[in-house]
Design a protein around this ligand. Structure first.
Ligand code: GDP
Length: 832
């Protein structure tokens, strides 16, 4: 089109289309452009030249004519072309004429109306003048009469009043008639004008009317005008006056976002914001306000306030006591604790391997954070597969007491160690019974009695020492005592009389949660009461969802999970955190509301905590005279476990001078929100096996937020330690030298899967380390098996070039994955 437009302008005074173009210019109507386009559409295909706008010109030129068309044919086509053209010119002309006629008609009508109005106005004016004249004459006559009869007049006292009123008379006395006339006179032209003008004109008129008609009855009309104005103003302001009719019960929680408040009142958000501004609160519709303010607003709008507290929002979560007859026995949930290297993991593996019958369907257990085994006597036991105190305490801190029994592992060759004591304290604090597993009994240096004796010091009196605590000698390596241990657990469970009601709405606790590539947020939930079913709507911590699928510890899909059963839950709207409690509710709206409420409450709590730390910091500073510094950090990791481990490690760092404060720790790619938070606090962002997504990278560059990537917790902790003591060298451990995107994946016999890639940034180097990123999460780290440019093996491929890459010992590559190419640099470290 732009091409055509240009032609049109240039060929204004000549060329085959000049007539038509002139037509279009005579009115300056865009319509004509359309006409022209249409013409082209009709004409172009005919000559078959396929030359667009130039078709007409080329048609006559034999040199440009397509082969195989005779002169006669050409002639015919030309004629047809001209005919079509002239027809269109004709049509355009007609249309233009029509338009002109209409315009004239309009003009004529306009003039007519104006003339009529003028006439009328003159007539009115004349009438008014005549009336005034008459009146004046009448008054003069009267006056004269009075003057003549002045002296003998007996009604003198009354006369001055009449005389005083007289000068007013021309305005006041005869007023009603002319004023009415003037009104109609003024209003009529207004009506004659365009309709959409009417409102505005009418408004103006009222004013004019009030002013010009001020000769009499002024007060009344002014008041009316004011009332009218007030009404208009209120209408514009969306005032509450007319809305008072619908009084709503508005639920107001402790905080509410302005737009949500407006929504609940069924008022316009803008009005609510305005009302808030009037109260001196400058807020946007997305900002939360507190309940007191919300209450004032609700009252202002004439609605009724219903205050809702946290408990109310969460009230829908069923809390009814289970009737004794509904309760059935449930398997115990066991956590293994103990000092590092005493064999927790080995023991868990040994139990699992011993009890999962080889060859059983799905015999290879899936790591979902927990698994179930059957003892020989037929008791089912649920083991939490996340050993260590961190998980135990963080779960407890979140109010999820999932563990029924603690197995305290003590290596017989090492006896009681610091973390053994820690574990004892944790178990005692939680009021959870313990069973002591004296491990590594296969070792020559094993001394079980030493362990038993030492435990006495910590008030753990085992049965062998005539105490209550069961103790079992085991070996994770040989399998010795494993069955005995399981039976001891079963016995303990029996004593505990663990029961649950499988027929109620499920309640459970999150053991592990992560953002899974492809499956979305996934949480392993240990059902504690009730039965979780597919399709159930639930709220879990600050998230909610609807159970899309349940997967058990054998990796099999199940339709439901009863008490003490661990299952992977799919269908969450976000990633919850370990220790979050899951509750099944009835409706999605309830789930959403609770999740939202908790989210806001948590946000406030975090904000409050932040403020408190600052305050603490200030106090510390005041006390210690400017020597306390704080190092705020943000942590994003691939799985919840890593995030927690990092946070715990961070919290241990620091001395009297420096403290590390983890502003936020989460799972998944580093997002813009993270960068925003980091910027606000001047914190660096640590990505553990995750990367920043593109918007976050840009934001970080813009705002100068530092992002550091790690794949070894030790490195991360080390760096933070160094930073905390002001020793962090500017050098980077790892240098990213390039990025490549996988476009295609080929199978090459003998080599395996080969990725057809495009190097998007930097270089791809054969010798460098590589990581496979899927949705900004590291899914593999390793080295390259091949780097090919066409058929040749090469050392390097530059940005913008394509290449083939295959990983050493790794095959799960997919189109769309990103390969990160990095090199490690040896960083000299000062020993502090
Ligand atoms: P965790 O840190 O408590 O989880 O301990 P691990 O399960 O990782 O075990 C630490 C080390 O002790 C590993 O090298 C295991 O092979 C070894 N180990 C664990 N259990 C036994 C056992 O029963 N006998 C022997 N000899 N070694 C064991």
């Amino acid at each position: 089109m732009s091409d055509n437009d240009g032609k049109k302008t240039l060929g204004l005074r000549g060329g085959p289309r000049s007539g038509q173009v002139k037509q279009s210019f005579s009115h300056g109507r865009t319509k004509n452009v359309v006409v022209e386009t249409k013409r082209k559409r009709v004409v172009v295909p005919k000559p078959g030249a396929g030359k667009g706008a130039g078709g007409a010109a080329h048609a006559g030129d034999p040199s440009k004519r397509p082969a195989g068309i005779s002169d006669a044919e050409m002639e015919r086509r030309l004629k047809a072309l001209q005919l079509a053209k002239s027809r269109e010119v004709e049509e355009a002309k007609q249309r233009a004429d029509e338009e002109k006629r209409r315009e004239e008609e309009r003009q004529r009508r306009r003039e007519e109306i104006e003339a009529k109005e003028r006439e009328e106005r003159e007539r009115e004016e004349a009438a008014r003048r005549k009336a005034e004249e008459d009146e004046r004459q009448r008054l003069e006559a009267e006056e004269a009469k009075q003057r003549a009869a002045e002296k003998p007049a007996p009604q003198q006292p009354e006369e001055p009043a009449a005389a005083a009123a007289a000068p007013e008379a021309p305005r006041g006395g005869p007023k009603p008639a002319p004023r009415k006339e003037r009104e109609t006179r003024e209003e009529r032209p207004a009506r004659g004008k365009a309709r959409d003008d009417a409102g505005r004109r009418a408004g103006k008129l009222t004013l004019n009317q009030a002013l010009t008609g001020g000769e009499g009855g002024r007060q009344r009309s002014l008041a009316a005008m004011k009332r009218k104005q007030e009404r208009a103003r209120q209408k514009a302001m969306g005032g509450s006056m007319e809305r008072e009719k619908v009084v709503r019960d508005v639920q107001v929680p402790e905080t509410i976002v302005v737009s949500e408040l407006a929504n609940r009142m069924a008022e316009r958000v803008a009005d609510v914001v305005k009302a808030l501004m009037k109260m001196g609160m400058m807020v946007t519709q997305n900002q939360p306000i507190d309940a007191d303010t919300a209450e004032l607003i609700v009252e202002e709008f004439g609605h009724k306030v219903v205050r809702v507290s946290a408990a109310d929002v969460e009230q829908v979560i069923e809390t009814a006591e289970d009737k004794p007859e509904d309760l059935v026995a449930r398997p115990p949930v066991i956590t293994i604790m103990g000092h590092v290297d005493h064999g927790k993991t080995s023991l868990l593996d040994a139990i699992r391997n011993a009890k999962v019958v080889a060859g059983e369907a799905g015999g290879i257990t899936q790591h979902i954070g927990a698994y179930q085994v059957q003892t020989d006597s037929g008791t089912t036991l649920t083991f939490l597969d996340t050993p260590g105190h961190a998980a135990f305490t963080s779960m407890r801190a979140r109010g999820a007491q999932v563990t029924d029994i603690v197995v305290l592992v003590v290596a017989a060759d090492d006896s009681v160690m610091p973390q053994t004591i820690e574990a004892i304290n944790h178990a005692k604090a939680a009021g959870v019974p313990m069973i002591v597993a004296i491990n590594k009994m296969d070792k020559p240096a094993a001394d079980a009695n030493k362990v038993r004796a030492e435990l006495l010091q910590y008030e753990v009196v085992v049965e062998a020492m005539s105490g209550e605590v069961q103790d079992v000698e085991v070996s994770a390596h040989t399998g010795q005592g494993l069955d005995e241990l399981l039976e001891a657990i079963a016995l303990q469970a029996e004593i505990l009389e663990l029961k649950a009601n499988p027929s109620r709405a499920a309640q459970g606790a999150v053991i592990e949660a992560q953002l899974d590539v492809g499956r979305g947020p996934v949480a392993t939930v240990l059902v504690q009461n009730g039965t979780l079913k597919q399709g159930d709507i639930f709220v879990v911590g600050e998230q909610w969802g609807k159970v899309r699928a349940l997967i058990d510890d054998k990796g099999e899909r199940v339709s439901e999970a009863g008490p003490s059963v661990p299952v992977e839950v799919l269908g969450l709207n976000g990633t919850p955190e370990a220790g979050d409690v899951l509750n099944v509710v009835e409706t999605e709206a309830q789930a959403r509301e609770i999740a939202e409420y908790r989210h806001n409450a948590a946000k406030e709590k975090r904000a409050a905590a932040g403020a408190a730390t600052t305050l603490e910091q200030l106090m510390a500073k005041a006390k210690e005279d400017e020597n306390v510094a704080e190092l705020p950090v943000l942590v994003k990791a691939d799985v919840q476990g890593s995030a927690e481990a990092i946070v715990q490690a961070m919290e241990k760092i620091g001395n009297e001078e420096v403290r590390v404060r983890v502003l936020h720790a989460g799972v998944g790619a580093i997002t813009e929100t993270d960068i925003g938070l980091a910027e606000a606090s001047g914190a660096p962002v640590f990505g553990f096996n995750v990367r920043a997504n593109a918007p976050a990278r840009n934001a970080a560059n813009q705002k100068g937020v530092e992002i550091r990537y790690y794949s070894v917790i030790y490195d991360l902790v080390d760096d933070v330690k160094a930073a905390a003591s002001g020793l962090l060298s500017a050098e980077i451990r790892e240098k990213f030298i390039g990025y490549a995107e996988i476009k295609e994946v080929f199978k090459v016999s003998g080599v395996g899967k080969v990725a057809g890639c495009l190097v998007t940034e930097g270089v791809a180097r054969r010798s460098a380390g590589v990581r496979l990123l899927r949705d900004n999460v590291v899914v593999h780290e390793g080295t390259l098996k091949t780097l090919k440019r066409f058929k040749d093996e090469v050392a390097e491929v530059q940005s913008g070039q394509e290449c083939g890459m295959a990983f050493e010992n790794y095959d799960d590559i997919r189109p769309g994955d990103v390969i990160e190419i990095f090199e490690r640099e040896e960083v000299e470290r000062t020993l502090a």
